[in-house]
Design a protein around this ligand. Sequence first.
Ligand SMILES: Nc1ncnc2c1ncn2[C@@H]1O[C@H](COP(=O)(O)OP(=O)(O)OP(=O)(O)O)[C@@H](O)[C@H]1O
Ligand SMILES: [Mg+2]
Length: 327
Amino acid sequence: MSSAIELLWTEKYRPRGLKDIVNQREIVERLMKFVHEKNMPHLLFAGPPGTGKTTAAHALAHDLYGEEYHQYMLELNASDERGIDTIREKVKEFARSRTSPDIAFKIILLDEADNMTADAQQALRRLMELYSANTRFILAANYPSKIIDPIQSRCAFFRFTPLSKEDVVARLKYIADNEKVEYDEDALETIYEISEGDMRKAINMLQTAASLGRVTTDSVYKVVGLARPKDIKEMLEQALKGDFSGARELLRKVMIEYGLSGEDVVKQIHRELFSADLKLPEDLRVMIADYLGEIHYRIVEGSDDDIQLSAFLAWLAVMGRRVGAQS
Ligand SMILES: Nc1ncnc2c1ncn2[C@@H]1O[C@H](COP(=O)(O)OP(=O)(O)OP(=O)(O)O)[C@@H](O)[C@H]1O
Ligand SMILES: [Mg+2]
């Protein structure tokens, strides 16, 4: 098996029709109504990456026009097109093309619409009006607040939300079983935690981890280039106990084993610092966060990773002893 030519699972398992979309129930129901009525207004799909916006637009077109829906759908990406003039040309040409025998309009999907300047959006608004007789726009955006009001008021608004743990884990199981991939249950939960409800990220992680064999929590952390939170926590605890050498040993281990940069380690320490697992007096937590910010700055500015992180662990050891002596 050559993984290079293997289909991306995000594509292979992209839902075809509206009924295959995971969760986003209210959205799916509203879209199904448009299919039933064979009519719809302009739509604005807003929400974080990997939650199904592009998928829903394609699924809607699929259900409206059937398998051959591509001829009735123009897909544009606002970030790729060279400005509103190219968009205008493409829309003009597409509006002239044939419509489907049973549906009076064609669909223009404009992805990343929030990347357009306000001026370009004004021009877009005129296009939406000019061609409204036989086209409907679906605008997709991560940040709907960047879409100008006159456009927002012309569109039905759909808010996509990050997918829940149950949904993501269930989808990953379905894919893993289909691909005959072996996995540990908790590895799928770890994928969910890291992906934060972004299904694209989750599926990509699963595919990369699966290329190494059985999917385990360790293999997941490896492929995403993160250390196990447990290792980071242990390192901090050792340092706070005053065991500087032990902590430094763990630091080396995570940097080498997981191939982390100093900046990666700082980010993970930051995450661990605010997780409930690490028991610390509140004022110490604040002081550590403050000093960590300083270390981050120095590393970004080009100071040596090892020197800075060792200094941080040494400082933690001193702080830990001081707090220990007080209590
Ligand atoms: N609700 C969902 N149900 C099933 N699969 C999903 C869902 N959302 C996302 N996916 C999976 O994740 C992939 C990416 O989803 P999609 O392209 O729709 O995201 P998006 O919301 O358009 O993200 P972006 O803002 O980055 O464009 C899809 O190919 C599909 O495999
Ligand atoms: Mg998209």
